[in-house]
Every structure is written in C-alpha cells, then in structure tokens.
Design a binder for this molecule. Structure first.
Ligand SMILES: Cc1ncc(COP(=O)(O)O)c(C=O)c1O
Length: 426
C-alpha cells in the first residue's frame, strides 16, 4: 500500500499545533514516547474478549501478560484490591458502574453539571440522566465549595442507590469521609470518579478516595498522563457480596458484577494496545519522578490562580487544591463570554475551554467562565515564571479583544516561548 500522505499530513499539522501552542485544557496531557509506542503496537491486532486466563479467543497468552501487568501496577499505584483496566474511556467506566449497581429508573445523586459535575453524573442528554433518575447537589454560593449539608439532606430524603463524588471543573479537595458516612446511613453505594485528579492522588498529594469509596472510576489520560481510557478500582469493600442475586439465586461479588458490566455488558473486545499503554503509564506513575512532576503541576496551578487574582480576575473558590483553575470572567470583563474568550485565546495559540461557573447567568454554549489546567504545560517543563508569563499573555489578549495586531504579537511570543520547551522525542 502506498503511504496515506493525506492523513499523515493532517497528523503532522496537529503535532505542529501542539508543539507551538500553550496547552491549558485541564483534561489534557502529553504522553511519553513509550506510551505512544505501546499504543501503536501489534497488540491492536488481537481480539481478547474476556479477562486474563478466561478469554473467548485463542492466542491470548501474550496479551494476558500485559493486561495482568496493567492490573497489578494500577493496584499498587492506588493501593487498590481489585481493578478492571478495560473501559475504553471514563464515560464507559462510569456506565459500567451504573449497569452493575442500578436498574433503569433507579435514583442516584451527583454534583450538578453547571457546578462542576460531569455529563455522566446525571446530565439529561447523557445515558446517566436518560436511563436513571438523576438527583443533584450543588456548591455553595458563598465559597463555591461542595454543599455537603445539601448533599446529606437530599440523600436522606430521596435515598439514592448510588452517590457520586468527583467532577470535571472543581478545583478543591473532597470530604470523602463525610459522604461515605451518609452513604452508609442510607445503604447507598459510594462511587468516586477521580478522572481529573487521579495523577495527583497517585502521587499522594490529594486524599486517596479508595480509602472511603466502594467503587472508584477514572480516566487514564488527564493528570495520570496515560493513553485515552478508563479504569475501575475497588478498595477494602471489594469482597462485599451486595446481596445481589443471579437468576440461580447465587449472591454475586461486586467485583464480578463490575467485570460482567464492562464485558459483556458494555463493551466487546478490549483495546489491548491501549491496555499495554496504560501499563506503561502506571509504571511511569510509580516512578519517584512522577511525584516531582505532580508537585510542579500543583505549584503551577497555585501560581496561575494567584496571578489571575493579582490581575483582578475572580478565581472560583479563591484558588485551587489541584490542577484546575476556574475563572469567572464577569468580574473583570462583564461583557466577555467564555465562548468569545476561548476563541480570542485560540487566535494567540493558547488553548483553553469555556466553562460554566457556579450560578452562571449565561447558557452552556456561551458561559461566563474559562477553565484552565496545568498538567500539559508542566509536562513540557513549565515552572512558575513561565506560568506568570502565560497569565500575562492571557490578560493582554482578553483586555484587547478587538485588537488583531496585539493578539498576533502575543501569538508570536507564545510560539517563540514554546519552541524552547520541546516534548519528549518530538
Ligand atoms: C469527571 C470525569 N469523568 C468522566 C469523564 C469522561 O471521560 P472520557 O472523555 O474518557 O469518556 C470526564 C472527562 O472529561 C471527566 O471529567
């Protein structure tokens, strides 16, 4: 076959885009060359429905080794007793938990999407809101932190079967112990979706939810810096039989329910090339250098939050405990929407995303906020002085929305700066 230059030229364009710009999307990162190599390996050719040692296809003895290695490493990384590394994405991992724990129409409780929650935690346009009865809790207006009193009130009144903690745009630590307490009181399953802060949790910079939750889900591609994918973990509760009976009357363990929910419940053949890449990234996260990286991610996030505050921006909750900074633009630029701000910054090769802020007066298509994150820029080697410079770039662009010349000048500076921060073997 002749080389498909059409697609490889497009891939090269994307590579150049990534190299020349400042990447501040909180859910993105740059994987290592080894992670990339495993993803592009011969393992993509293999069908392996089932789990290591119990597959529906022949020839799985080699992929069994890599999937088992991924399981062993992720258990060690998060101090888990049980792991499933097959979910194709974070949404698939969450869907599998729903399938294992709920019947259609059952109640569950999650953080309001416009207060930082994720689509899969009950949005009306997502399977979670379409198939199940979604209830929500909010953050408080005065400090934009989770309203645990409200969470408890709703939980006691509605008695949801599952309570979810975790979010896409919440810059603060969680009080997992408090949620577990109310979950136990009403007999609910407590699930934590740690997709965003997983890397920081692995580096022990944030509380490990496995100590409190019955079930923990995550993506592998955000702070954790692995390939795109999902995982499901359990800690000490994994042996609980949950009283769920099969048609034959046997009581099933949650681990077995979750395995069945992923395959054959949600998915067919696992992506063994991605699972091998997950194993590589878990190995990287077990290395002491990963902790140093995560410490820098957090230092950079705190520097960014403070730099925005110093320039008169309203940083939601007044700062950050993790890698996320959520800015309410209305304080400094009442007329500027998140949508316009995202586009303006894009013209300067600074990539961010518009985001709802708690109690937003605008729609999700416009929004009043921008979400920033430091995992990707830190992987490129950014330290505090570069972060301060980037906030200066952002402020210049947002203060001059009509001035194409100023924005072009910022883009030139961004490109020149980023050329000094190469990526792995690129
Ligand atoms: C908290 C949370 N859960 C789940 C997901 C879904 O992950 P994926 O995009 O891999 O399906 C995300 C993605 O942004 C997320 O932020």
């Amino acid at each position: 076959m002749k080389r498909d230059t059409q697609i490889f030229d497009i891939i090269e364009l994307e590579k150049q885009r990534q190299l020349k710009g400042v990447e501040l999307i909180a859910s993105e990162n740059f994987v290592s060359d080894q992670v990339m190599e495993a993803m592009g390996s011969v393992l993509t050719n293999k069908y392996a429905e089932g789990y290591p040692g119990r597959r529906y296809y022949g020839g799985c003895e080699v992929v069994d080794l890599s999937e088992q290695l991924a399981i062993d490493r992720v258990k060690k990384l998060f101090n888990a007793e049980w792991a499933n590394v097959q979910p194709h994405s974070g949404a698939q991992a969450n869907a599998a938990v729903f399938l294992a724990c709920l019947k259609a129409g059952d109640k569950f409780l999650g953080l309001n999407l416009s207060h930082g929650g994720h689509l899969t935690h009950g949005s009306p346009v997502n399977f979670s809101g379409l198939m199940y009865h979604a209830l929500e809790y909010n953050v408080k207006e005065e400090d934009q932190r989770v309203d645990y009193d409200q969470l408890e009130t709703v939980a006691r009144k509605e008695r949801p079967k599952v309570i979810i903690a975790g979010a896409s745009a919440y810059p603060r630590e969680w009080d997992y112990a408090r949620i577990r307490k109310v979950a136990d009181e009403i007999g609910a399953i407590f699930m934590v979706d740690m997709a965003h802060p997983a890397g920081m949790i692995a580096a022990e910079l944030l509380e490990n939810p496995l100590k409190y939750a019955h079930i923990v889900t995550s993506t592998t591609h955000k702070t954790l810096r692995g390939p795109r994918g999902g995982i499901i973990l359990m800690g000490k509760d994994f042996e609980n039989p949950w009283g769920i009976k099969t048609p034959k009357g046997e009581v099933r363990m949650m681990s077995s329910l979750l395995d069945s929910a992923v395959f054959p419940g949600m998915q067919g053949g696992p992506l063994e090339h991605v699972i091998a890449a997950k194993a590589v990234s878990f190995g990287e996260a077990l290395d002491p250098s990963f902790k140093i990286y995560q410490q820098q991610v957090r230092k950079n996030a705190q520097t960014m939050a403070q730099s925005f505050i110093d320039k008169g921006y309203n940083v939601i909750s007044g700062g950050t405990d993790n890698h996320i900074i959520l800015v309410d633009l209305r304080t400094k630029f009442p007329q500027l929407t998140g949508k316009v701000a995202e586009n303006l910054l894009g013209e300067a090769d600074i990539t961010t995303n518009k985001n709802m802020v708690p109690f937003d007066s605008r729609s999700p298509f416009q929004t009043s906020g921008l979400r920033f994150g430091t995992p990707a820029i830190t992987t490129r080697g950014a330290k505090e002085p570069l972060i301060q410079e980037i906030v200066e770039f952002i402020d210049t662009v947002l203060s001059n929305p009509e001035d194409a010349k100023t924005i072009a000048a910022v883009r030139e500076k961004v490109n020149a700066t980023m050329s000094q921060f190469p990526l792995f073997g690129w």
